[in-house]
Ligand binder design. Structure first.
Ligand code: XMP
Length: 507
């Protein structure tokens, strides 16, 4: 990546000379000669040094956006979900494991049940943990596998007080640890088995394959999923700084692909020390992305600490009030450009916040981002946490800033994000929110929303003649838009009679 040759450098350097900071609405991409159709472009990118994306979209680490359900759907659609840190480390790890175990070629640490557990207790555990699968290996007191219960054992069990041992099947076909997914597929097809436990010579079980997941991987119907090297969905975990962060990393390492140091201001010694300590203690076992920042110096300092990715954005988010409450921040297009220019190395940048329309995504990438992080546009989906509510007859879902009053009151992690962990002397009433609580229109399934966002990105790349994300970063150049230009860009002089799937008039 040679950032000096990027086409937009002269434009932004000129703007910087005038101290004019711009955001997505201030700029328009200049079309270029194109020999590509939108469906021919490649939209894969990187979130961090070792964590790829099939689509350059990441869901925000916010309690009203990313739970395990949305993270599963995000990864199955090629993106990535960041599980927030508002819950204790163990609960966050459970959420992450739900994503990792939602689908996988091979499950290394299958959830097991004991022979003496009742079916009622096992079903309660399934519900509480939110597990979507029904296959459990059954173990005896010596932790040796003695049987298996699957969906049909649950279905035909008429007495919930029976134990796992009462209903389990003991006719197991097993395989050696180290069995590849291809070998597992062949064995399962031959033996007509949906579960294949891997048992070592000493009788210790070391994982298991599930047929649905193996078949999906082998037949290519998982093409487009964001999978790790073991065929499991990728997922990220938000962490804070200091000891709490290291504790969280120790809980999620092995399950999360990347941790995201989630602070409102990452240009601090505590963030630098945390990055270095994670790298020292966990080495290459997990990537570390840090944010947020919005200027060159901060990006450079983070890069010097050895981060694997940088998140840019101070105040662009739909629910953010940081800029008005503190007077600090930088409009997002300039922030992304400057961070990208400062690094001059292969550290992916995630442009976090402020995406209102699909066209903002190619603009963010054109400025230098490798991915975008989105909150509001995903908070209204079926998969986002919370139920659909009605406001004045319209279906909505609640969406709140992690620095909003209620989030600060409820969660120490939120207070930490905004440097108010211990509160102020005046107690809870003296907390200073930097976000609001609100609602967004209910927008249906995540797939429908992402299809429009990625479709808009593809069309944009077709106009610019960019065959892939890196080409978009290199070729993108911008016009500075005007107020008249902006009103020309939005529908004008016409009353909209029907909702469009990808356009809502700005409020
Ligand atoms: P969008 O625009 O996609 O932005 O809704 C999501 C991003 O906003 C950030 N965030 C906040 N920023 N106060 C802030 O200043 C807050 O309360 C707040 N909550 C979230 C965060 O970076 C998220 O990804």
């Amino acid at each position: 990546m040679n950032s000096n040759r990027r086409a937009c450098v002269p434009f932004f350097e000129e703007m910087n000379r005038q101290r004019l900071a711009l955001t997505y609405d201030d700029i328009l991409l200049i079309p270029g000669h194109a020999e590509l159709l939108p469906n021919q472009v490649k939209v894969g990118s990187m979130f961090s040094r070792n964590v790829p994306l099939m689509i350059p979209i990441v869901s925000a680490a916010m309690d009203s956006v990313t739970g395990s359900r949305l993270a599963i759907a995000m990864a199955m659609l090629g993106g990535l979900g960041v599980i927030p840190r508002h819950r204790p480390p163990k609960e966050q790890r459970d959420e992450i494991k739900r994503v990792k175990f939602a689908l996988s070629g091979m499950i290394r640490e299958p959830i097991t049940v004991r022979e003496d557990e009742t079916i009622e207790a096992i079903e309660n555990m399934r519900r509480e943990k939110g597990y979507r699968f029904h296959s459990f290996l059954v173990t005896n007191s010596a932790r040796r596998v003695t049987g298996l219960i699957t969906r049909s054992e649950f279905r035909f069990c008429r007495d919930r007080s029976q134990t796992a041992a009462d209903i389990m099947t003991t006719e197991l076909i097993t395989a050696e640890p180290g069995t590849t997914i291809e070998q597992a597929y062949a064995t399962m097809c031959r033996e007509k088995k949906t579960v294949l436990p891997l048992i070592g010579d000493d009788g210790e079980f070391q994982g298991m394959y599930l047929f649905n997941d193996v078949e999906r991987t082998m037949t290519g119907s998982s093409a487009g999923y964001n999978l790790d090297s073991q065929g499991r969905l990728r997922v990220a975990a938000a962490i804070g700084v200091g000891d709490e962060a290291l504790e969280r990393v120790s809980y999620v390492v092995g399950f999360a692909d990347v941790v995201v140091i989630d602070t409102a201001h990452a240009d601090t010694d505590s963030v630098f020390a945390t990055v270095k300590e994670i790298k020292k203690q966990f080495g290459d076992r997990i990537d570390v992305v840090a944010g947020n920042i919005s200027d060159r110096g901060a990006a450079k300092r983070l890069a010097d600490c050895g981060v694997d990715g940088i998140k840019v954005g101070q105040g662009p988010g739909s629910i953010c009030t940081t800029r008005v409450v503190t007077g600090v921040g930088c409009p997002q297009a300039t922030a992304v450009f400057n961070a990208c220019e400062a690094i001059g190395a292969d550290i992916p940048i995630c442009a976090d916040g402020g995406i209102k329309f699909s066209g903002d995504i190619p603009k963010a990438i054109g400025c230098g981002g490798h991915s975008v992080m989105i909150g509001s546009l995903l908070a209204g989906t079926t998969e986002a946490p919370g139920e659909v509510d009605f406001r004045f007859g319209d279906p909505v879902k609640l969406y709140r800033g992690m620095g909003s009053k209620s989030a600060l009151e409820e969660s120490r992690a939120s207070r930490e994000r905004y440097g108010q962990a211990e509160g102020y002397a005046g107690g809870k009433d003296a907390l200073v929110p930097e976000g609001i609580e609100g609602s967004v229109p209910y927008s249906g399934d995540l797939k429908t929303v992402l299809d429009q966002l990625v479709g808009g990105l593809r069309n944009s790349m077709g106009y610019i003649g960019a065959a892939n994300i890196e080409e978009l970063r290199q070729k993108a150049d911008f016009w500075r838009d005007t107020e008249a230009g902006k009103s020309e860009s939005h529908p004008h002089g016409v009353k909209m009679l029907r909702d469009a799937p990808n356009y809502r008039r700005p409020e």
